[in-house]
Design a protein around this ligand. Structure first.
Ligand SMILES: [Zn+2]
Length: 268
């Protein structure tokens, strides 16, 4: 069994402020250790559950957040992010399951740690065929486009609820309770490790039952920007792209992955 883990950062236990996730901040090295801890627990759980191959993609803000020498040596790690083209080049149809570790709720979620959708500066919300989704939904849609189901998510209680609502009974492991954007009640690393490891192992038994997320065609993505200036920056010469009003732009494609191809550099 081959498992693909995508790691963000904001959803690790012990992380409750932006500076822990920001390169150059005095709190960033601590954030890296906290993230690496949670990712290791999920890698171990995946192998416990029958994985023979595990690939981890380090996807937060330009990549290079994981502490490589502390990572479980059985996993391979994909560093770097594309500015154009596929978000996950190693996520192919021979992957049995995807797991999302240390993710956060979508922009506008109340009492969620560091809620945002792709860019906190420019994006207010994203809907796909009328359903509002966050970054976990985007990852699930990209995995679904190659036939891979997302079976596991970890982060705060809000992102767990968000993705469970979209996908059904996946393994959703809450490692902290969000109280405000930068306030959370976090579990210890010991408790978190046990929950993540058991959850990741159990998640692999769900593979047959959780279907890949495939959006109906044509896929209509509406991005509501935070400013008219951000919406003005969109290339309207492309016939697939239409400005709906001051803040909103609609993208229409046959596949969800085609939409993402032009947006890869905006994910944080
Ligand atoms: Zn992030």
């Amino acid at each position: 069994m081959k498992v693909f883990i995508s790691a963000d950062m904001e959803g690790a236990t012990g992380i409750a402020m932006k500076d822990q996730c920001r390169k150059g901040s005095p709190y960033y090295q601590e954030g890296r250790r906290l993230l690496t801890h949670d990712v290791n627990a999920v890698i171990a759980g995946a192998f416990d559950g029958g994985a023979e191959e595990v690939i981890v993609a380090d996807m937060h803000n330009g990549s290079f957040n994981l502490i490589h020498e502390e990572l479980d040596r059985r996993a391979e790690v994909l560093y770097g992010v594309p500015h154009r083209g596929p978000r996950f080049p190693a996520l192919t149809d021979d992957v049995d399951a995807m797991m999302l570790v240390a993710y956060h709720a979508r922009a506008g979620t109340k009492a969620a740690v560091l809620d945002h959708t792709m860019s906190s500066r420019t994006i207010q919300r994203i809907t796909v065929n009328g359903i509002e989704i966050g970054e976990t939904g985007i990852e699930a849609g990209l995995a679904g486009a190659v036939g891979v189901p997302v079976v596991f998510v970890s982060g705060d209680d809000k992102v767990c609820g968000e993705l469970s609502e979209l996908l059904g009974p996946i393994a959703a492991i809450s490692v902290k309770k969000g109280l405000a954007r930068e306030r959370a009640l976090c579990l210890s690393q010991e408790k978190t490790e046990k929950l993540l490891r058991e959850g990741a192992s159990r998640a692999l038994s769900l593979c047959g039952r959780i279907k890949p997320l495939i959006f109906d065609q044509p896929v209509e993505v509406v991005v509501e920007y935070k400013s008219t200036a951000a919406a003005d920056g969109v290339d309207l010469d492309n016939p697939a792209i239409r400005r709906l009003d001051g803040y909103r732009v609609q993208y229409t494609y046959d596949s969800f992955a085609d939409w993402y191809g032009g947006a890869a550099d905006k994910m944080e």
